[in-house]
Design a protein around this ligand. Structure first.
Ligand SMILES: O=C(O)c1ccc(O)c(O)c1
Ligand SMILES: [Mg+2]
Length: 630
């Protein structure tokens, strides 16, 4: 499988685009005419620059408003095409993309368009060039790949073929299975893009909101399965018009693009076992059962403060590392690790970002296979020489400077706590609070990073995204998207901050980049947990009385029940599926916190409606240290 990407998909000038595209491992680029026009050099210079980066030019595009024109526009169209053929020869590409005519002057008729293409095919053949025809979803007469194919079929010329673009087909909800009957060798190129499901004008949606396959909501996998079934084995080319990407980092967008294509083809290979698909051989998406541990990097003072908070939350010291300054805290099935080593990754992370939950250990079916898959998808492997008696725990770098470790049951990794830690007995601890496991881990990032993180998780792991929700911070919007496994035993929330005045935005500004901002522990009895926390001396976040008055009215709560919530500062939410209860810890540092939650019934959310009141309360608590009043 050869991969390519349109220059329009990446930010920067042409040289920056090519560098990023080549570094990410693509084979080719679609040269978008505007990128060429803006470049201060000859077509031959562009061609040379592309090839110097080890890339080929997949095609030149777009050529507009060609077919079905009355005279004199028809004749001018052929003259224009000849000029572009000259240019293509200099660039060094043999394929031109013609998109369906949008001109009000265009005349309809499949045969008329086919005749124009046959003549264009003749002219292209004389120069050894080819022309592909693509239906724009908003084309005047041709807006459906089935009609574009009929034009190509009737043009009946070897140098005229079809170009498919997943966006145009899927945005119009055309059944992608209609592609299966098209002969694969008549498809000249396949362009791929996804998009979020939003109701809007097709042209505007296409030009501003496309994203990488897997980042949006369109059934790009079904589209690609149908393409593969035709026998098409040519280049797959990303064509992603996205306002955010235009201003993003060329490198990371190119890496995401390549990751999206490799993950897509891996899926297609598994779903279409009878089709020969040439793609990287890698383990399947990995099942993640849950969070095995969260590791904090700290210095001795901060570790002591953290330890006191853990203790108030009902954790006890369960082990000390046999060779390192690392302590294990445990409650129920939750393992929290505090690392105060003076060297290694944890220490450098502490120096740069302060006390933080810098690593997460995930329980997976097969830890080595997880790393192998992640590597194939362009993730960076994390390796640190193990100390004496230590296990080499398979790990990768997350996107934000953190580490993801993998633990499985099929190796010594399952016994990591016994092997690496000396049990600790007899340390007086506050009482157990009844926390059983980690409900969710919340990562905060810049809003622009959310698509990258979502793709990272959903391409490596068997995880699904849920729709994005808006969290209203008094100082601005924070978007939140949950990612998790099918049974809810693994839940990650991605929170994207749009500005620095929100609690989330302040946190990432202070910790120098995206990081874990809170960890929610699950309990089966929130009221018992509240009582135990109180007995341990933990002062929960105090929620406004106005909130409880509204809550009582909104849900028609029994006044006694409402009073119990109020007395314990428990936030409450309810939907058709069930109920949700939340207690918040005080803030640590610049915005980190813990949460204790109980889910009843099949409640699947995160208490989104409570967020504005919780955030307001947290901001009251954080002042005066740096947090702006909103
Ligand atoms: O938005 C456009 O005009 C446009 C141009 C060329 C394409 O390949 C495409 O998919 C869209
Ligand atoms: Mg296209």
């Amino acid at each position: 499988m050869k991969t390519s990407i349109a220059t329009v998909s990446i930010s920067g000038d042409l040289r920056e685009k090519l560098e990023a595209i080549a570094a990410a491992g693509f084979d080719g680029v679609e040269i978008f005419e505007n990128d060429f026009l803006a470049f201060d050099g000859s077509p031959a210079d562009v061609g040379r620059m592309v090839r110097d980066h080890g890339l080929e030019i997949t095609l030149f595009q777009p050529f507009r408003d060609f077919e079905g024109m009355p005279e004199p526009q028809r004749g001018r169209g052929f003259d224009r095409a000849e000029r572009k053929f000259d240019l293509m020869a200099e660039l060094g590409t043999d394929l031109m993309l013609v998109c369906s005519n949008v001109s009000p002057l265009a005349l309809g008729g499949i045969d008329r368009a086919a005749a124009d293409f046959r003549e264009l095919g003749e002219r292209a053949a004389k120069r050894g060039l080819r022309v592909g025809y693509e239906a724009l979803a908003w084309g005047r007469h041709v807006s459906d790949h089935r009609d574009a194919w009929e034009v190509v079929r009737r043009a009946d010329h070897e140098n005229i073929g079809l170009i498919l673009d997943s966006f145009h087909t899927l945005a119009r909800r055309i059944d992608p299975n209609s592609i299966r009957s098209i002969p694969g060798d008549r498809i000249f190129i396949v362009q791929l893009a996804d998009a979020p499901q939003i109701e809007m004008d097709l042209l505007y949606w296409s030009r501003h909101f496309r994203n990488m396959p897997g980042e949006g909501d369109l059934p790009v996998t079904d589209f690609m399965r149908a393409v593969a079934a035709t026998g098409y084995a040519g280049t797959l080319s990303l064509e992603v018009f996205n306002d955010q990407f235009r201003g993003g980092s060329p490198r990371s967008i190119a890496v995401d693009g390549r990751r999206s294509l490799v993950a897509l083809m891996d899926q297609v290979r598994r779903l279409e076992p009878d089709v020969a698909i040439e793609t990287l051989d890698m383990p399947d998406r990995m099942n993640v059962e849950g969070v095995e541990f969260v590791e904090f990097a700290a210095d001795a003072d901060e570790a002591q403060r953290l330890g006191m908070l853990f203790s108030a939350l009902g954790f006890r010291v369960a082990g000390r590392h046999r060779s390192k300054a690392v302590t294990l805290y445990r409650q129920g099935g939750i393992n929290l690790v505090v690392n105060t080593e003076r060297e290694g990754f944890a220490h450098s992370s502490f120096l740069v970002r302060g006390t933080s939950a810098y690593a997460v250990g995930l329980r997976v079916d097969d830890a080595q296979a997880t790393v192998a898959r992640a590597r194939s998808l362009g993730a960076e492997i994390f390796e640190q020489a193990p100390g004496p008696g230590e296990l080499a725990i398979p790990a990768i770098h997350g996107l934000g400077g953190g580490i993801l470790y993998f633990i499985d049951g099929g190796s010594d990794l399952a016994r990591v706590w016994e092997i690496e830690f000396e049990p600790v007995a007899g340390i007086a601890a506050a009482s157990d609070v009844g926390l059983s496991r980690i409900d969710h881990v919340a990562q905060t990032m810049e809003y622009e990073e959310m698509l990258s993180w979502g793709l990272f998780y959903t391409s490596i792991f068997r995880m699904k995204k849920t729709p994005m929700v808006d969290i209203v911070d008094p100082a601005g919007l924070v978007r939140s998207q949950a990612i998790g496994n099918a049974d809810g035993s693994l839940r990650l929330t991605l929170n994207g901050a749009e500005n620095r005045r929100t609690l989330a935005g302040h946190f990432i500004a202070e910790t120098f980049g995206s990081a874990i901002q809170h960890i929610a522990f699950a309990t089966d009895d929130i009221f018992a947990a509240a009582a135990a926390l109180k007995a341990n001396g933990l002062e929960p976040l105090v929620i406004s009385q106005n909130y409880y008055d509204d809550l009582e009215a909104r849900f028609g709560l029994d006044p006694d029940f409402a009073d119990r919530l109020r007395d314990e500062n428990i936030l409450y939410d309810r939907d058709e599926a069930g109920e949700y209860f939340q207690i918040y810890s005080p803030i640590v540092g610049e915005g980190f916190f813990f949460e204790v939650v109980e889910r009843r019934g099949h409640y699947d959310g995160y208490g989104g409606p409570n967020a504005p009141f919780r955030i307001a309360a947290q901001k009251r608590r954080m002042r005066p240290k740096g947090m702006p009043r909103t």
